[in-house]
Design a protein around this ligand. Structure first.
Ligand code: MG
Ligand code: MG
Length: 286
């Protein structure tokens, strides 16, 4: 029965997930507002930490053994788990920021991807490359919303991955492009711990996994490349980069399933805007 308790939370436990979700969203908003040429990824991390601390929360990333930062920041061919550093952002860089917060023992986890704009001195990046990077981010974000929308009607967790993969495949066909979905890294349940069961695949699997029922909380997080899905871990033992050097993007939200429907915990509007194209209306936790 322990397993069931960890998969399906009580209404009170779901309500406890709201604040860490909103703190995580606020931390990412602060990072997004700072992104510009000349800013270092360590400065972005510090901005996220300031928000988490100001709201009385802890950085749950710092609770991961061996990790000392509030965010992971992955640039260009880095897809996930990049370490904030003195690296300076340049116009046209594609930057994925993954952040989380733990508040009163409950966790939020979310990621966004942003393309660094041109700077005031007129330095700009190659327009075609910027457009391709923005499209990669949009395709990845679209697949996240497709996965969340699927969760609203799903009987089993595995239907999320089917929707994510389907969304990516449709985009690839439209664009005449290749997109790779990382297979070695996946989404997860979230609650008392940032990472808990069940596994949330971003692709089709034959075993559809546990039932979707009220109380389920999932972090859905497609990681997508503009090329092959093959990756390697860099010498820092954290950063995951593409083998073919293609760009990566990463979008993530923590989502609660409850008696009234679904609610995106890491979006201040509960996911209303992102879900609208799918005809899904999120329902607040009460
Ligand atoms: Mg994350
Ligand atoms: Mg996660």
């Amino acid at each position: 029965m322990g397993l069931r308790r960890s998969l399906y939370k009580t209404p009170a436990q779901l309500r406890a997930m709201v604040e860490p979700g909103l703190i995580t969203a606020a931390a990412l908003d602060a990072v997004r507002a700072l992104i510009a040429p000349g800013v270092t990824t360590a400065e972005l991390d510090a901005a996220a930490f300031d928000v988490v601390r100001a709201r009385g929360a802890e950085s749950n990333f710092q609770l991961v053994r061996g990790y000392r930062h509030t965010t992971c920041i992955s640039v260009n061919e880095q897809v996930v788990h990049g370490i904030p550093s003195s690296r300076v952002l340049e116009p046209g860089d594609i930057v994925s920021i993954d952040a989380g917060a733990q508040f009163r023992g409950w966790n939020g986890d979310s990621a966004i991807t942003v393309i660094v704009p041109g700077d005031a001195s007129g330095a700009t990046a190659d327009a075609a490359r910027v457009a391709a990077r923005q499209r990669l981010s949009d395709v990845t974000e679209g697949s996240l919303w497709a996965g969340i929308a699927a969760l609203a009607h799903a009987a089993r967790v595995g239907e999320v991955g089917d929707a994510v993969q389907g969304s990516i495949e449709r985009a690839a066909a439209e664009d005449g492009a290749t997109y790779g979905i990382l297979r070695d890294y996946v989404g997860h349940g979230i609650g008392r711990r940032m990472h808990e069961g069940p596994t949330v695949f971003n692709y089709r699997v034959s075993d559809l996994g546990p039932a979707v029922r009220p109380g389920l909380c999932l972090a859905i997080e497609p990681m997508v490349t503009a090329g092959s899905d093959e990756t390697f871990v860099e010498e820092d033992d954290w950063t995951v980069s593409t083998v073919d050097g293609s760009d990566g993007a990463h979008w993530e939200h923590s989502v609660a399933v409850h008696d009234g429907g679904i609610w995106v915990l890491t979006a201040p509007d509960g996911g209303a805007a992102g879900l609208a194209p799918f005809g899904v209306t999120p329902t607040p936790l009460t």
